[in-house]
Ligand binder design. Structure first.
Ligand code: AMP
Ligand code: GLY
Length: 423
């Protein structure tokens, strides 16, 4: 089978790397891909937003399965388009992707279904939102309704920040149309956990847990990023939590989607806050996480392809998922300045030395190859994953590999998988 992976990040490199190991996979294409995916197959210069171009490519090249990375392509309806042309694709339809692309849709559904989440109010007028800011008790969390590259959530510690955030989102179009409507919600305390669930329309299987590190700097300081590192499994996850997740979140969610006549086939990624009162849903994503995927997939012993196929076909329960019991630690190497402005085009050295270390995988994100030189081309440049018998061994190995790699302006967190950051 010929596979097309849509996207160009570390997540897509990890997906392509794992799918390439399937005995059924003959060739992998990645659109547009990066220097890492180029080493596994063929990069195709079609942007993730060019849905008709992607469908045309899939048809012309007899692609047996397209796997979609980015939320934006799903929200724009890539799956609807492919399905209407008889092309097989992994990822929810536009309607089902609203669970991520509209926080208002997700919040309303959670509220109606009784799914535990932060108490929230929806605002479509900035005057009302500003009035709410006057009487709220702080901190509060302000979320743009639509997709905002992971930057649409602001934790406002006080009234001044809340006011300026509402003004920027609602009046000054800081996130374009995505922020014209906002959700303002209660600030939850606890430890965060990312779940990956293969959801086949009517049943599901858990595909791993992870803990992401979203802040840019050590000690959870600095701005929110797409994610600066991850560990898998999440050390806080227990069998009891898994039962509660099923009963309190997945069962009511499946009933609510049925009621809405929305059929979700794909990867559901609930972001949870584990509070003293129990698990609370912070958000639902409708695609693989980045960098969670880079930590989860190296632990997956089973072939990924049949799992994706079964999710599309509605029989995920027939699949057995086998894990490497060892934990994984992923460290992201970023360009100086990320998540704000940064420079690109910096040559990267030490990639082969890092990859030669036992149980280490170097996943590329913002990289580009010109001739024999691999250089930076994005904010998050690489994600280095290591497995180890213990979290400490995995961590030491990951950082040993990271220390081999150099490029101008490179920065990374030094506290990924430290016990103090995982509680
Ligand atoms: P989201 O995109 O909704 O997951 O939000 C991004 C990040 O903001 C989350 O990973 C949390 O760290 C934080 N966050 C979101 N909602 C809340 C909340 N209600 N309370 C505390 N932190 C939150
Ligand atoms: N790492 C968080 C995300 O992929 O949304």
């Amino acid at each position: 089978m010929r596979i097309l992976v849509v996207g160009s990040g570390g997540r897509e490199h990890a997906l392509a790397w794992k799918l390439k190991q399937s005995p059924e996979v003959q060739q992998i294409f990645c659109a547009p891909g990066n220097a890492g995916t180029a080493s596994l197959g063929e990069n195709v210069a079609i942007p993730v937003g060019d849905l008709t171009g992607l469908a045309r490519f899939a048809k012309q090249n007899r692609i047996g399965l397209t796997v979609v990375g980015p939320d934006g392509s799903l929200a724009e309806g890539i799956s609807d388009l492919f399905q209407s042309q008889g092309l097989r694709i992994f990822g929810p339809t536009k309607s089902a992707a609203r669970i991520e692309s509209s926080k208002i849709f997700a919040k309303t559904m959670m509220r109606n279904a009784g799914i535990p989440t932060a108490t929230a109010e929806v605002f479509t007028s900035s005057e009302e939102a500003l009035r709410h800011c006057e009487s709220a008790s702080y901190p509060i969390v302000i979320k743009a309704d639509g997709l905002a590259l992971g930057k649409g959530v602001v934790i406002a510690p006080d009234r001044a920040v809340a006011r300026s955030t509402v003004d920027a989102m609602m009046n000054r179009a800081r996130f374009g149309d995505a922020g014209r409507r906002v959700v303002i919600e209660q600030f939850l305390r606890g430890s965060e956990c990312s779940l990956h669930v293969l959801f086949d329309g009517s049943s599901y299987q858990l595909l791993g847990t992870a803990r992401d590190h979203k802040r840019a700097f050590d000690g959870d300081e600095g701005p929110n990023t797409g994610g600066m590192g991850a560990v898998s499994p999440a050390t806080t996850w227990t069998e009891r939590l898994e039962q509660r997740f099923d009963q309190e979140i997945m069962q009511p969610l499946m009933a609510a989607l049925k009621e809405e006549k929305v059929e979700f086939h794909g990867l559901l990624f609930p972001g949870l806050m584990l509070t003293l009162e129990g698990p609370r849903v912070l958000e639902f994503n409708c695609r693989f996480g980045d960098p969670e995927t880079q930590a989860i997939l190296p632990r997956l012993k089973s072939d990924l392809l049949p799992l994706l196929q079964a999710t599309i076909d509605g029989n995920i329960k027939t699949q057995q998922i086998i894990w490497d019991q060892r934990p994984a630690v992923t460290v992201v190497l970023a360009s100086g300045g990320y998540p704000d402005k940064y420079e690109t085009g910096k040559p990267i050295t030490g990639l082969a030395e890092a990859a030669a270390i036992e149980d280490v995988q170097v996943f590329h994100a913002g990289t580009r190859q010109t001739g024999s030189v691999i250089a930076t081309s994005g904010g998050r440049v690489l994600a280095v994953t290591a497995l180890g018998d213990t979290m400490a061994t995995a961590r030491a190995r990951a950082y040993q590999a990271v220390s081999c790699i150099q490029f101008e302006g490179c920065y990374y967190r030094r506290d990924i998988a430290l016990t103090s950051t995982m509680a």
